[in-house]
Design a protein. Structure first.
Length: 351
């Protein structure tokens, strides 16, 4: 943290305005404002007075006991790991002393907790001492779980959740799992384990089936996009290979059968093959009217039965309307507009 940020934070903690700080130090208010923004630095002769006003010592003002570089933290972590191979207790005390020296350096605390947590698992210390050390490591991680450093914070939260599961404290584990953004870390398996202990295997399996369906659907859409991109770049053979993979995937994961046709339709659209497009649109529309008996799949029968019913036949008409609107409005389908055969096909389904 820069000295200007320090002054700003401790000024606010002390309930002081920039004007009051300026008056105490006999400087202008804009000067204090520039310090806090990091545009300029206070004169060295003012530093003792600033520390007294903010009720902190010079070490705190200069972050002497707060910040270490990533290189320094990495070097200490390596040293700590080497010491732990000979004596876990010696390494543990070494880590504790370092944290006392730099109590606000979240990156350091997290690194020490990570190294010692791994070493503790392999150590030969007795159970009582192991529990004592484990509790201290948890305390460190709970501190860094509040870190303003997003990477440190989320990593600490994930590690805490894992430790609480290991300790069979599932309520505490769930609290931390809920704080993990799905976009950063996939904690699905950990959440499933907690659910199984808290609410039973069926509830956990239902949750996991829903996650699986979401994941498989995403993969299907990724493959569709890859097909389009290969066609755009002229890699037609690759597009056809991916289309075949997508077709097999639909069967393998029990997805709606119309998804087997879509990859080939995408290719036909990019190649502006009118005859092929009309043939494939017929197939897509026909398959969309067949119920998706998702409940028959061993992969998501709980999820399907509970959340979406035993078939998806009711979605068919919505799909037809959506496809008709897409063809009508999107530029890539321009070559199909006004085709009488295609209009007749859609009119048959949209009665």
């Amino acid at each position: 943290m820069q000295i200007g940020e320090k002054i700003k934070n401790y000024r606010k903690t002390a309930g002081l305005t920039q004007e009051q700080v300026a008056d105490y130090l006999d400087v202008s208010t804009p000067a204090v404002n520039k310090w806090e923004k990091g545009n300029t630095y206070p004169d060295i002769s003012l530093l003792p007075a600033i520390a007294r006003l903010l009720k902190i010592d010079m070490n705190e003002l200069f972050s002497f006991r707060e910040e270490l570089t990533e290189k320094e933290i990495g070097q200490f972590a390596n040293e700590l790991s080497e010491v732990s191979l000979d004596s876990f207790i010696k390494a543990f005390e070494m880590g504790k002393n370092k944290i006392k020296e730099y109590p606000h350096c979240d990156s350091l605390i997290y690194s020490i907790a990570t190294v010692l947590n791994a070493a503790l698992t392999l150590s030969d210390v007795d159970d009582e001492k192991k529990l004592e050390c484990n509790n201290v490591i948890v305390e460190w991680l709970e501190r860094t779980a509040e870190s303003p450093n997003e990477k440190v914070r989320i990593s600490s939260i994930f590690m805490l959740a894992a430790k609480y599961i290991q300790m069979e404290k599932y309520k505490e584990a769930n609290i931390f799992l809920d704080k993990i953004p799905d976009t950063v870390i996939d904690a699905t398996i950990m959440k499933t384990k907690v659910l199984a202990h808290q609410e039973g295997t069926d509830v956990a399996a239902f949750f996991l089936e829903g996650k699986l369906m979401q994941t498989v659907t995403n993969i299907q859409n990724y493959l569709y996009k890859l097909i389009e991109m290969e066609e755009e770049t002229g890699n037609h053979c690759k597009a056809e290979e991916i289309a075949e993979i997508t077709e097999h995937m639909v069967s393998l994961f029990g997805l709606w059968d119309y998804g087997k046709v879509v990859p080939y339709l995408l290719i036909a659209v990019y190649r502006k093959d009118v005859e092929k497009c009309i043939q494939l649109i017929k197939e897509v529309l026909m398959e969309s009217q067949k119920p998706w008996k998702m409940v028959e799949s061993p992969l998501y029968y709980r999820y399907a039965d509970t959340v979406q019913g035993k078939s998806f036949s009711g979605v068919g008409n919505n799909f037809v309307r959506a496809l008709a609107t897409e063809i009508e409005n999107k530029e890539e389908y321009e070559f199909l507009k006004g085709n009488k055969e295609l209009e007749a096909i859609f009119s048959q389904y949209l009665k």
